[in-house]
Design a protein around this ligand. Sequence first.
Ligand code: GTP
Ligand code: SPV
Ligand code: MN
Length: 582
Amino acid sequence: MSKTHVVEKWVDEAAALTKPSKVIWADGSKQEYDRLVEEMLRDGTLLEMNQKTYPGCYLHRSHPQDVARTEQLTFICTRDPEDAGPSNNWMAPAEAKAKAGAYFKHSMKDRRMWVIPYLMGPAGSAASRTGVMVTDSAYVVASMHIMTRVGQVAIDHMRAADDFIAGLHGMGDLSPERRLILHFPEEKLIWSVGSGYGGNALLGKKCHALRIGSYQARQEGWMAEHMFILGVEDPEGRITYFGGAMPSASGKTNLAMVVSKLPGYRAWTLGDDIAWIYVDAEGQLRAINPERGFFGVAPNTSAATNPNGIQMVRSNTIFTNVATTPAKEPWWEGIGTEAPAGTLDWQGRPWAPGGAPAAHPNSRFTTPGSQCPSIAPNWEDPQGVPISGFIFGSRRTNVIPMVFESFGWQHGVFLGAAMSTETTAAITGQVGVVRRDPMAMIPFCGYNMGSYFAHWLAMGPRLANPPKIFRVNWFRRDAEGRFLWPGYGENARILKWMVDRIHGRGKAVETPLGFIPTADALDLSGLDIDRRRVERALAWDRDEWLDALGDLSAFFGPFGRRLPGQIRQELELMVYRLKTGR
Ligand code: GTP
Ligand code: SPV
Ligand code: MN
């Protein structure tokens, strides 16, 4: 059968289940995007923003109960539950299809179904992969236009007739009781019903590029990671590339487009959320960004914190769940200006300061990557960029120093596996609760995480020059609850230290945790900060760490024999170093 035959057959099956009034094949053209916007303006799915100051920008207000990913409704459906592992929700494939099938059945009666062939990754890259999703949401089609490469380019990329991830998406009735996000990695299949929210509905993103992607990556010997990709240019003009994993709403977009105040240092953006990473013929790790746009957190994006972010959303952007001013401009908490009188909140209700936030804490912008002022000229290079450093960052009020470097690959993988973080508004549920989030992949790893750690460990020996691995935490606070480190643009100072370390410079002290920069090793020139605050941000406490590592052992327990011995060994070594001071 030809490529299109296999795709058409699957689309027919989806239509037989959902019974749409019409099936439309998306071609990814500008005319198609404009037509979608026009229709959505007519039916109220989109509202026009000020076209003089925000040309091509629109607002979408989602269902108030559909504003973030819902992890409790997200499942990995493998035949054997052990292949999903203790950190994933698991459902038997047949049961999953029976349940969701009932929600999908005839759910597109009187609605249209779009077929979206999409490519994840740059055209012409051997690392890029195709998906074909169907959906009854015009907002999803328009968002996929911004976030992926839609149309014939995707079909052209298929290496065989069945070389695509199939995705069935439907809005259902948007009730959380009838919402399910299901992954069938063994069948290269995704079913998502009952949510129109980003990570639940734009199936190329978390469902394909991370959950199914990570499963395929292990089988095929590459990596699919929840990472930004960033290049740091130094005064010699050399660019050092990093991949960085941080949990949802914990700083990837901001660091990926950081504006450095250090003379001669400049950051180039290649991606802000997902990296697909492979080993080239020379044993060098190389990363591509499978996405084409940014689906970024709006709150606290300001000219001071993220000037590139502010600039890139001034045109051709879909805002979701932000507040709006009477001038029809977007507004959110931390945008840097007071909300003018007459501001409407994210649900379109009159708003006044003092109560609930005007913008939803997980309000977002969807914007083409090409609009970012710091986008790297080579961001769509089919070969990707060579990675010299990995950064694992999380959100911790206490315990974790602002930055330190691992002793090597195995210890670095352990530090990633040991990550914990405070939860954010990017997931439905309680905010600020500490949970384990290895490599920022706990919600996104499509298979048993014990095997995932083993896969990471196995990558090291394949590399001619394994990247240095760093651990960071911008979110440490003092006793009064204030951040110890100003973060944002000042994080470029920490990148500079990492670049120095990678190129054999940069002062550090060896501690039981790893290499920590001495306070004078960080370039603090021009920064008005009490050095004692920097020292406190870099400090570590033996008892706090021993405590935290005890807790880690409990987290690793359920992985049983799937947990690699090296991870346990690194844990024991760390406890030993802490106890003996060696
Ligand atoms: P996802 O898109 O959910 O994967 O998030 P992300 O990791 O890209 O996070 P993002 O950069 O959007 O940041 C999330 C929130 O953390 C925003 O409100 C930021 O303003 C805030 N933030 C980012 N960097 C820093 C920092 O260095 N310090 C502090 N205090 N806050 C930061
Ligand atoms: C995240 O939650 O990590 C995001 C947003 O990047 S979403 O695409 O909705 O998952
Ligand atoms: Mn993310």
